[in-house]
Design a protein around this ligand. Structure first.
Ligand SMILES: Cc1cc2nc3c(=O)[nH]c(=O)nc-3n(C[C@H](O)[C@H](O)[C@H](O)COP(=O)(O)OP(=O)(O)OC[C@H]3O[C@@H](n4cnc5c(N)ncnc54)[C@H](O)[C@@H]3O)c2cc1C
Length: 636
């Protein structure tokens, strides 16, 4: 059984990180260049880590399957990044950001990590401003802020609706500087397909060159995985089409514990599904909830256009049910409520959509005022739907968006496999059972710029790991493993496309392991996913060869991993007999339909050990709340 030690430092919550930084061992500057570090993934978490480790003098090899780090999914982030600067003088503080995040995550995150996240949030803004990230500013030149869900203060820094893109340009510039200086070697178009352990310690990876199909072995003294989230397991999601779970899943198969896989976030403000041939769902940033009001008709199956539904016949259901937070309730609450009103038949035209209406904001700040804040989001909506949102309210519905689950890590961001670190959305994160808006960018950059540079140094200085020989048996075995699975995929030669099977998996998951779950549905999901996995391995058709550019083969490998992960998500959800955050079990709800947590029995991180396809063993990390009192979340 896996042993989990969170390695949270001693001391009061406000001193832990400072004390830890001081007590950690350092690598002498002249010795840093003797250490090779592999960083897989160059989104915000990976690019910031690779750049900073390069700047410190380590020799970094960075890998991405994209043709440039500039293409990472992180560029999609629209709304903003949180920090506790309190520029608004509205009573924000490190403690309040810590409090909001622990509460927003429904008390299922590790307190010490979350406090550190809030603490370094302010450094991130300083760092990015120094890099030239063009955050929005007030008339007087100070940085502007807006509000996001789950907070009553304005702490979100933004660059119009393209914050992720601008932050990534900053990290990418720093990364390029290190590439130019020779401290970082960049490997584009490489997909990590296995992690190599020597005597139980992570010492390298095996990658496939996606252009030639060639398999390469790379060794190092530490491996950092920053490969993003797994929401494409649902097939339809807001994630970039290529985002996948292969890197984390292959690490899981080598012994890294997978934590809280059932904690998935279904984001409330996305474009509704419009047909069966669709392959992508589009997010409309949560920032729109600052000024947009969400409503449905009070009548069931109301087919009238929105402008013919009079004010008194509209139900602003979030404002009605949660007067304190209104439209800015956290995502899990907003999504569930959208589902409820649509289940009642009160969605747009009786279907699966609700209105996001700016008419009050147009009256208050004018159309130009709205355009200043959200112009590119409005343009995007019009380009996709053909409807002008300045004239007709937007239609939105929840869509799979962010994975709070991921590889388990300790306080130092190291997995239970020594030498294997995990950053950004790929780790099980600081967001507990529900991530608050604008906190993912904060966490990814905190991990990359401000946590890993310290903790990896401590590991290298303490353990002094030797570099492994890439011609050693462990590397040869891993390469054989990769080649064998390629051959297996190519040899099935069945009738179904990879996408057809992926779509079936997505439908099972969204139906049974989506916004609400119950025991019966979860047992059915486990059974049908097992059957679907059989179907995949007997009937999938993967055309082409391994020794060439072959996108069908790439996708097949990823879907094979999703088929195992999907089953674990259902198992984890079945194990957790409570409702918390994004994990809503029908059996556990209050009379008002709110999530019913069961702290006595489930105040733990569920970390699963891989025991073969469909087989896993549960280990638990107990969560203690000594600084914030466990309480039922209320946004009323
Ligand atoms: C539409 C949208 C809008 C969002 N808006 C916001 C927002 O406003 N604020 C906020 O805080 N969060 C937002 N998020 C969430 C946030 O963008 C992500 O959580 C975050 O960017 C993830 O960063 P990352 O570095 O962990 O991963 P990613 O950006 O996904 O990067 C993953 C990297 O890993 C590489 N990779 C993956 N697998 C492999 C492999 N096997 N081998 C080699 N390379 C691999 C990829 O090439 C890529 O470089 C949004 C998300 C979406 C989808």
């Amino acid at each position: 059984m896996i042993k989990l030690n969170s390695n949270v430092p001693e001391g009061g919550i406000t001193e832990k990180w400072s004390n830890h930084k001081f007590s950690m061992k350092l690598v002498n500057p002249a010795n840093k260049r003797k250490f090779d570090i592999i960083v897989v993934g160059t989104g915000l978490a990976g690019a910031s880590a690779a750049a900073t480790l390069g700047e410190l003098g380590y020799k970094v090899k960075a890998f991405t399957y994209h043709d440039s780090p500039r293409r990472a999914h992180s560029i999609a982030a629209q709304g903003g990044i949180n920090a506790a600067k309190n520029y608004q003088n509205d009573a924000d503080s490190v403690y309040r950001l810590f409090y909001d995040t622990v509460k927003g995550g429904d008390f299922r995150a590790r307190e010490a990590n979350v406090y550190r996240l809030a603490e370094v949030s302010n450094n991130i803004i300083d760092q990015c401003v120094a890099q030239g990230v063009p955050f929005a500013r007030e008339y007087g030149g100070t940085l502007a802020n807006r509000s996001f869900g789950g907070a009553q203060v304005s702490r979100t820094f933004y660059a119009r609706g393209e914050t992720g893109q601008q932050l990534l340009l900053g990290a990418y510039s720093s990364l390029n500087r290190q590439i130019h200086l020779g401290n970082v070697k960049m490997f584009n178009r490489r997909e990590m397909l296995d992690v190599v352990l020597v005597d139980g310690v992570a010492k390298g990876i095996v990658v496939r060159n996606l252009l030639t199909g060639e398999i390469e072995r790379h060794s190092a003294q530490a491996v950092v995985i920053a490969t993003g989230g797994y929401m494409n397991v649902y097939f339809l999601s807001t994630n970039a089409m290529n985002s996948n779970a292969t890197a984390v899943w292959r690490a899981h198969k080598r012994g890294a514990a997978f934590a809280n896989p059932c904690y998935t976030q279904i984001h409330p403000t996305c474009l509704p599904v419009h047909g069966e041939a669709q392959s992508k769902l589009v997010l409309m940033s949560e920032s729109l909830r600052n000024d947009g009001r969400i409503w449905v008709s009070k009548k069931v199956d109301d087919k009238r256009p929105p402008n013919q539904i009079p004010e008194e016949e509209r139900d602003y259901y979030l404002e009605r049910r949660y007067p304190a937070f209104g439209n800015l309730v956290p995502r899990d609450v907003a999504s569930r409520n959208a589902k409820y009103v649509c289940d009642e038949g009160r969605g747009v035209d009786g279907g699966r959509a609700v209105y996001l209406d700016f008419s009050e904001a147009f009256n208050r700040i004018g159309k130009d005022g709205v355009k200043d804040r959200y112009g590119n989001l409005f343009d995007m909506y019009q380009n996709i739907t053909g409807v002008n949102p300045y004239d007709v309210p937007m239609q939105i519905y929840p869509a799979p968006h962010y994975s709070m689950g991921g590889l388990w890590v300790d306080y130092n961001l190291m997995s239970n496999v020594p030498g294997l670190f995990v950053l950004g959305e790929a780790n099980f994160s600081d967001h507990g059972a529900n991530r608050l808006g604008a906190s993912a960018l904060m966490q990814g950059l905190a991990d990359g710029y401000f946590v890993i540079p310290y903790t990896i140094g401590n590991y290298l200085a303490t353990e002094k790991p030797e570099k492994a020989n890439p011609d050693g048996n462990e590397f040869k075995d891993a390469e054989k493993n990769v080649n064998d699975s390629t051959k297996k995929l190519l040899s099935v030669n069945g009738k179904q496309t990879v996408d057809a099977i992926h779509k079936k998996l997505g439908l099972i998951l969204i139906d049974k392991v989506g916004m609400s779950r119950d025991e019966k549905g979860l047992n059915e999901a486990i059974k049908t996913i097992k059957e679907l996995r059989e179907e995949f391995w007997t009937d999938v058709k993967v055309v082409g060869k391994g020794e060439e550019l072959n996108q069908t083969l790439e996708r097949a490998g990823r879907v094979a991993d999703f088929l195992e992960l999907g089953e674990l998500m259902a198992k984890d959800a079945l194990n957790r007999n409570e409702s918390c955050g994004g994990h809503f079990r029908e059996e556990y709800q209050t009379p008002e339909g709110e999530a019913l947590r069961r702290d006595d029995e489930y105040s733990y991180v569920a970390a699963w050990e891989y025991k073969g396809p469909g087989e896993s063993e549960l280990a638990k990390e107990n969560l203690e709340f000594t600084n914030i009192k466990l309480a039922t979340r209320s946004y009323k």
